[in-house]
Structure formats: C-alpha cells, structure tokens
Ligand binder design. Sequence first.
Ligand SMILES: [Zn+2]
Length: 330
Amino acid sequence: MAVVETVRGPVDLGSLGQTLMHEHVFVLSTEHMQNYGADWWDEEFRVADAIAKLNSLYAKGIHTIVDPTVWGLGRYIPRIQRIAAATPVNIIVATGLYVYEELPQQFAYRGPGLLIDIPEPMVTDFSRDITEGIADTGVKAAFLKFALETPEPSPGVERIARAVARTHVETGAPITVHTSGPHQTGRTAVRIFTEEGVDLSKVMIGHAGDSNDLDYLTELADQGVLLGMDRFGLDLFNPGTERIKTIASLTARGYAASMVLAHDANCFIDYFGAAHDAARAAAAPNWHYEHISNDVLPALLEAGVTQAQIDTMMVENPVRYFTPAKGGAS
Ligand SMILES: [Zn+2]
C-alpha cells in the first residue's frame, strides 16, 4: 500500500486510522514569541502539554492529525519532532504560505519578471519541502496549504494560489485551502485550481463547515473536492448544533464520501498573549482535540448519521486524499 510522510517518516496509509484532518499543534509566531513571549511562552511546559494532549487523543482512538501550520502560522518542525517522538499519534505536516492579503516582502522582489528574475521561488521552496524535506530536519511535507479569505483575491494571494497549484501539479501533493464560509471562497479556489489543472479529488476546502448553505456545499462536492467540516468547537463561526445538522443533511443526500472532520484546534495559539488559557476557556470551551470524540460523534449518530458514514469521513476519506493520484509524481 502507498505511504504518507509524517514527522516520524513514511507511514502506511492503511495504518492512519481515525484521522482529524485539520489540527494545529502550535500557532506561534517566532518573532512574537522571541520578543514578547517571556510572560506567556514556556517551551518545556508547552511541549510536555502538547505530548499529554496528543497521548490523551490517542487513547480516544484518534491515531493521526493533519497539521496545516505553514509560514504565517509559525511552522517550526524541530519542536514538532520533539513532540512526535513522545506520542504515538501520527502528525502529518504541510508546506505553503498563510496570508490574507499582502505577500511577504521575502517574495515581493523575487520571481518571474521581478527585480530578481527567477522561476517562481514559492514553487521551488514548496517542492523542496515535499520532495527533499523541510530545512535540515529530514521531515517531508505531505500537503500544501494557503488561504483565500475574499472572493476576489489580492494579487499576492492569487500568486500564492497559483504557486500552490503548480507545486501540486509537479509533485502530486494534495492541497488544503483555508476558505471563508460567509464569502463562499471555495468557489474561487475551484476556479483557480481548474485553470491550473489541479486534480480536484486532491483538494480539501478548509472551513467549508462554517457554512450551512447546502447549495454551496453540494456544488463544491459535486466537483470532486473534499469539504473540511473542520471547526468543531469554534461556535463563534458556526454553532456546533448547526454544523451537525448540516453534516446530517449532507450524509442523508449521499455526501459522506465528500466530508472530513476536525476542530482547527491547537495546544497553544499566541493570538491571546498571556490571556491564552482564560480567553479560550471563556470564548470556546469545546475548542480542543477531544470534542469530536466526546461530543460530536455521539451527536452525529443521534442525528441519523451511521457509524459506517463516520468511518468514511474519519478513516477512508483521509486515506483517499493522501493516496497518490495515478501517474502522480509522488
Ligand atoms: Zn487552521
């Protein structure tokens, strides 16, 4: 059977088991942490905390998390390697770039037709992460990630989208795109991907589950993409009861093979500074790795979703997403 790259190396796709398709370990800006983190970042405490949380998740039967933390969200693989070495949970990591509007200056002057006229450096960097490994860690990225917040992307975001698409065409690596449910930017993603020749069966429309618009969701699914029902616990974007109703409606219409589940949670995110623990406990008490296992799966069963459909969403669809396309390069 085919394999997928994880932080500990290649793993047989058949052994991924129940998989959460969009979870961060940490969202942590290096500059923020190094300059202002003295009162809220304790490296050893947070590493031990992440290991404990992942081990607890494993005990719930979740054996794999897919972590789309790329540049812009604070990817730092050596820290993730420490954690992966101390937990049986498979961690699959990504390459790509996460910005909503402005291209980082580090790419503004380099590229085709620019001051430093070279082939698209994002494709070069992303491809290297996939084929050779990230920095000198030996860890290979298994998928691509970027963000589309607005239906008409800025020139910078469009350049990222096309670089991600071209890296997919070169390497065969699947794509996860952060989209806006309210702005229905999954449509923009599908349009750009179609123009670039992307295999839509290798695309996950992240945060599709923030929308309850069944016309929008089935329109996307009918084009072959996976819908990320991936923010359980973030009720401020869409209440959990609505998320569950939407999934039950879609499974009743035959769309179990088009959905995957996750929380978009993390063990620590630096957006709240020193108020981290109190802020998330107050604003999003269910925003943690175990909410789906503890609460969402029982609620889905109660709403008429079958165990077989849950297995499709949590086991079979992730395997299909990471299975190399016929003729793909990897
Ligand atoms: Zn995320």
